[in-house]
Design a protein around this ligand. Structure first.
Ligand code: ZN
Length: 326
């Protein structure tokens, strides 16, 4: 991959970067998640068509342009297409770069683990225990008959249970305790639940709305969105594939309702980059009231679409000529 191809790609996908003498500086390290400008990539001058190599100045993990883009959520096939056939030979040439020394090992992506279907037989339909605290809590936070299959009650654990299915099979669940023993343990997932791989969905007619938590998704559904919960802002490739598939099939846009903190912003940037790549429109939404969409829904308030002007996702490029790389 040539320098201008890589920079074109970053620019057209709204991925912030800076160029300095001989390097491209990026944020969002795929290893330590540092959102600062810590990832420095260099060009191997002996292999002009190969990927860019470097490391993270914070966690010292090796990063290259392939692992970086895959970490942002771009599908491997597209990253390979961008890099071209020369990408296969990159390990042969990397040893030639002084700055990297003998760091020739690329990180092997972990394959998806086999899914063990969890037992959900101990959980009850909400209608069966409607007077329980957990059922009342679920209703207060937005449960309706439409969610009868995907939201159950753990009566003895006093928890609302969100059931995650994939192609009809239960692949995991997450419990939200109404009165947690430990305030830091409000939620608990089923054993081995691969929460960066699967999503919880509440289908509806509007755009896709991606949220970090299940109740936020439920509120997005009330606001008319086809809600997708990704169980956190650190979205995985399969989750991104799912939102893109829905958006493409139904000709919808992707709204991101993540928290308004740095992790939420990073998650939004990742989704936006991946959607831009697929030419799917995306935007960010925030609650009109409170900290998340559920606060706003409970308060009878709405949802606000953020415009690019509200966002400050850009990192200014240093005004250096590209010759600085050569
Ligand atoms: Zn790092």
């Amino acid at each position: 991959m040539q320098l201008d191809e890589f920079l074109d790609f970053l620019t057209s996908n709204d991925i912030p970067f800076k160029t300095t003498h001989g390097s491209i500086v990026l944020n969002n390290c795929p290893h330590c998640n540092s959102s600062k400008e810590k990832v420095w990539l260099y060009k191997d001058r002996r292999n002009e068509s190969g990927p860019f190599f470097g490391s993270c100045m914070k966690c010292s993990e090796k990063v290259n342009s392939r692992s970086y883009l895959i970490g942002l959520g771009y599908p491997k096939s597209m990253v390979d297409a961008l890099h071209g056939p020369a990408a296969d030979n990159w390990q042969l040439s990397v040893a030639a770069i002084d700055i990297l020394g003998d760091q020739t090992v690329s990180k092997v992506l972990v394959e998806d683990k086999e899914v063990v279907e969890p037992d959900i037989s101990m959980f009850l339909p909400l209608d069966a225990v409607k007077s329980s605290d957990a059922a009342k809590y679920a209703i207060k936070r937005g449960w309706t008959e439409n969610q009868a299959e995907s939201v159950l009650i753990d009566y003895y654990g006093n928890a609302v249970v969100f059931i995650v299915r994939h192609e009809g099979q239960v692949v995991g669940y997450q419990r939200r305790f109404v009165t947690p023993f430990n305030p830091k343990m409000k939620v608990m997932s089923s054993q081995d639940f691969q929460k960066r791989r699967f999503v919880l969905e509440f289908p509806n007619d509007g755009d896709i709305c991606v949220t970090e938590g299940p109740f936020t998704a439920l509120s997005a559904w009330h606001f008319g969105y086809h809600a997708i919960c990704t169980f956190g802002s650190n979205v995985g490739e399969k989750q991104i594939d799912r939102m893109a598939q829905l958006a493409e099939t139904h000709n919808k846009k992707v709204a991101v309702g993540f928290d308004l903190d740095s992790a939420g912003k990073k998650g939004y940037s990742r989704i936006r980059a991946a959607m831009n790549f697929r030419k799917i429109e995306s935007y960010r939404v925030r609650p009109e009231y409170g900290n998340d969409l559920n606060d706003s829904w409970i308060a009878g308030r709405g949802i606000i679409v953020l415009t690019p002007k509200d966002e400050d996702n850009t990192m200014p490029m240093l005004d250096l000529p590209f010759e600085a790389f050569i």
